[in-house]
Design a protein around this ligand. Structure first.
Ligand SMILES: [Zn+2]
Length: 374
């Protein structure tokens, strides 16, 4: 439980509550934006399950309660987790409870009807918007581990007020609304991580799409055998024509038409409804960052890529011979900043033993993604 009952009048003075709790006021305002009048949410805390929800009638009583709550344990915050869709759901529940300034919503459903989640945070009046996503490609599930670990780092730093790599978390929260889609392709990720047994799909059909390989570790597509990052209407015909698979496959098939797949359509809708100022898509591998697209990218991208390079040691690459990707489409239609970050090096799926190295190099990119020069 991350809330207590409170006399509604006490919430009139958020500044005083902020002092008592030692939690920045913008976080409290955001965490309580939709709270009922007599409930008060405070981030970073969780009361032990099973206990009655505590109540405070006065600021003094609140002060006493504050001394009883347990700060979230570092172990959970810093743990490296491999996320299939069930594990992600659990994590989202815990994250939104512990840090109630984070909200989640379902932006669409996968081919198999699984929810595709978006997490949102940032002050109400924040003027900039960043979107980051992971696991477009099933065998690149390690990107979700990176993104979620960083998100927890961001939330925790917000509560403690500690800066990270020179970035002020609270300044970022106050100026930038962040949208995160941790798994774009939940069916594919579940197939790679858990195998086909639990999916309720005829094994023979999947085996055929998988070209009868021994296991499904290299599966990159969605469950229909369509590459979600080849589904976007930006010179899609070129990819359709030149990609080797001419029918659904475990990798690289662009689909019969653009946006036939519900996961790709959900991402298109999300972005088209409210285009962010900056978009970052996490993929593996190559330790490169693609930042241009046919000269349609804005001039800021050339500056931002230098920051990304400096913080990560990854190499910025302006143009690659690729079309119909999510980022390609975004830059093509909106003319805004878009980056594809290729984490790690080796053969997909990258092994978890690379995680610490990848995280160490890429967390700066994630912090910088939410920071805009004013
Ligand atoms: Zn990829």
């Amino acid at each position: 439980m991350a809330f207590i009952y409170i006399k509604p009048e006490l919430k009139q003075n958020m500044e005083r509550l902020s002092d008592i709790l030692n939690i920045p006021e913008p976080l409290l305002i955001s965490a309580n934006a939709n709270a009922p009048a007599d409930e008060f949410y405070f981030p970073g805390a969780s009361f032990q399950a099973g206990k009655n929800v505590p109540a405070a009638e006065t600021y003094e009583q609140l002060q006493i309660l504050v001394n009883q709550y347990t700060l979230e344990d570092e172990q959970w915050l810093t743990k490296t987790v491999v996320y299939d869709s069930a594990e992600l759901k659990k994590e989202i529940d815990r994250l939104t409870e512990c840090f109630p300034f984070v909200t989640s919503r379902i932006i669409g459903r996968s081919s198999m009807g699984q929810p595709i989640y978006e997490l949102l945070l940032g002050a109400e009046n924040a003027g900039k918007r960043t979107h980051i996503n992971a696991s477009f490609h099933a065998n690149e599930w390690i990107t979700t581990s990176v993104l979620m670990k960083w998100l927890k780092e961001y939330c925790y730093h917000l509560c403690t007020g500690r800066s990270a790599l020179g970035f002020s978390p609270l300044d970022i929260f106050s100026s930038t609304k962040l949208s995160v889609v941790p798994i774009v392709n939940p069916d594919g990720v579940d197939l790679v991580l858990n195998g086909p047994g639990h999916l309720g799909i005829a094994r023979e059909a999947l085996d055929e799409l998988n070209e009868h390989q021994r296991d499904f570790r290299e599966w990159k597509a969605n469950i229909n055998g369509v590459d979600l990052n080849n589904q976007f209407p930006s010179f899609w015909e070129i990819e359709k024509q030149r990609k080797p698979p001419k029918s659904p496959s475990y990798r690289d098939y662009p689909g019969d038409e653009p946006l036939t797949e519900p996961e790709a359509a959900a991402m298109r809708d999300l972005i088209a409804n409210e285009p962010p100022d900056r978009l970052v898509a996490l993929h593996t591998q190559g330790e490169e960052i693609y930042w241009g697209y046919k000269g349609l990218e804005p001039p800021e991208s050339a500056d931002v890529i230098q920051t990304f390079e400096r913080l990560s040691g990854y190499k910025g690459v302006r143009y690659i011979d690729s079309y119909a990707g999510f980022r390609d489409w975004f830059i093509h239609y909106f003319g805004r900043e878009g980056y594809t970050v290729e984490l790690g090096k080796g053969k997909n799926p990258l092994p978890l033993k690379q995680f610490d190295d990848i995280y160490c190099k890429s967390r700066g990119i994630l912090w910088a993604s939410c920071f805009f020069e004013s």
